[in-house]
Design a protein around this ligand. Structure first.
Ligand SMILES: Nc1ncnc2c1ncn2[C@@H]1O[C@H](COP(=O)(O)OP(=O)(O)OP(=O)(O)O)[C@@H](O)[C@H]1O
Length: 320
């Protein structure tokens, strides 16, 4: 997949994608990470030939999205956020129907539906109406529907948004299997840091229509170039006081209720001195952790904002 200087502007001059370029290699697990409205779905819709770009080019599996959309459609599987699934059909019926639409004979369609039901662990519920499925079952079915014709490239638009941790993990397992065992190239969009971190070989972070950072999770975290110290106090007042006391040493901070996160150079060297200072002030922390940077720290550094919302947070860059 090769995307070059892609731009998509909607009516009313809404610039959903502003000149993005990236490549995804065959067999790679690639994640597009970004907050709501960043331009992730728009990018997927262009790559899957559902939307024409305003300018720039995108090539998928060797075919240009505008010149040869039908060749691309035969090669890809797509699970979008909004699907038009008929709730009055059963999971098995939908898979069967999808297989028939892809030209499978009746008996092959039946066989393929059964294989996929087994793959996504839906055999017990295969003959229930989809309208009665839970959110997690529905997402698993969405995933299986895009696999019917054995595509080698999968586009998954926020496949786990809104799911509980159990169902999220189940979907992660399925997607991992498709990538590792079947060698499928995966283009996944997500708002969840952990999802991109756990699954993807490579990540591009998108914000307000622009790619602001790209690389492996490790490479991205290295760009933060600072250590992160996480402190928890008995109460917020203590955390606020600690922030004031430690201000001369830190570069950035984040304060959420009774938790204080500090960004410092050479955390291991600073740590003993910090503990002595806090003790001296009568505000010893309840817990203390020297952590490597997270993708949220990466996002914070490149955009000045957090990717995942946390309530009641106070933060700032210490000006020096
Ligand atoms: N059909 C459309 N017409 C006008 N504006 C649109 C249209 N589709 C998307 N947008 C706008 O383009 C921007 C990017 O939207 P997009 O859906 O691509 O973001 P996203 O990263 O997928 O967000 P989410 O996580 O909420 O799905 C947003 O400002 C959105 O309001």
């Amino acid at each position: 997949m090769v995307v070059q200087n892609l731009v998509k502007t909607f009516k009313g001059d809404v610039k959903a994608i502003k000149d993005i370029s990236f490549e995804v290699r065959e067999g790679e697990f690639f994640a597009f990470l970004g907050p709501n409205g960043a331009g992730k779905s728009t990018t997927i819709q262009v790559l899957t030939t559902l939307l024409n770009p305003t300018s720039g080019s995108a090539v998928v599996s060797g075919f240009n999205v505008q010149k040869d959309p039908f060749s691309i459609r035969r090669k890809i599987g797509v699970a979008l956020q909004e699907t038009g699934i008929d709730p009055s059909l059963t999971g098995r019926e939908l898979l069967h129907l999808q297989a028939r639409l892809f030209g499978f004979s009746k008996s092959d369609a039946k066989k393929r539906a059964q294989e996929l039901l087994e793959l996504i662990n839906l055999t017990d519920d295969a003959d229930r109406k989809v309208g009665k499925y839970s959110g997690g079952m529905r997402r698993r079915l969405d995933l299986s529907l895009c696999l019917v014709h054995r595509p080698k490239i999968l586009f998954l638009d926020e496949p786990t948004t809104g799911l509980d941790p159990y169902n999220r993990n189940a979907i992660w397992d399925e997607i991992r299997t498709l990538n590792r065992q079947f060698g499928a190239t995966i283009f996944l969009t997500t708002q969840y840091l952990e999802e991109a971190d756990q699954l993807a070989d490579r990540i591009s972070i998108i914000n307000k229509g622009e790619i602001v950072a790209s690389g492996t999770s490790q490479q991205l975290k290295k760009t933060v170039g600072m250590d992160v110290i996480e402190l928890t106090f008995h109460q917020r007042e203590d955390a606020e006081k600690a922030k004031d006391v430690l201000e001369p040493w830190m570069k950035d901070f984040r304060l959420t209720n009774e938790e204080l996160t500090l960004y410092v150079d050479n955390g291991a060297i600073f740590l003993p001195e910090m503990v002595r200072k806090l003790d001296g002030e009568g505000i010893p922390p309840v817990s203390l952790n020297l952590a490597p940077p997270t993708l949220d720290d990466v996002f914070l550094r490149v955009t000045g904002d957090h990717l995942e919302e946390k309530g009641n947070r106070q933060e700032g860059v210490v000006s020096k």
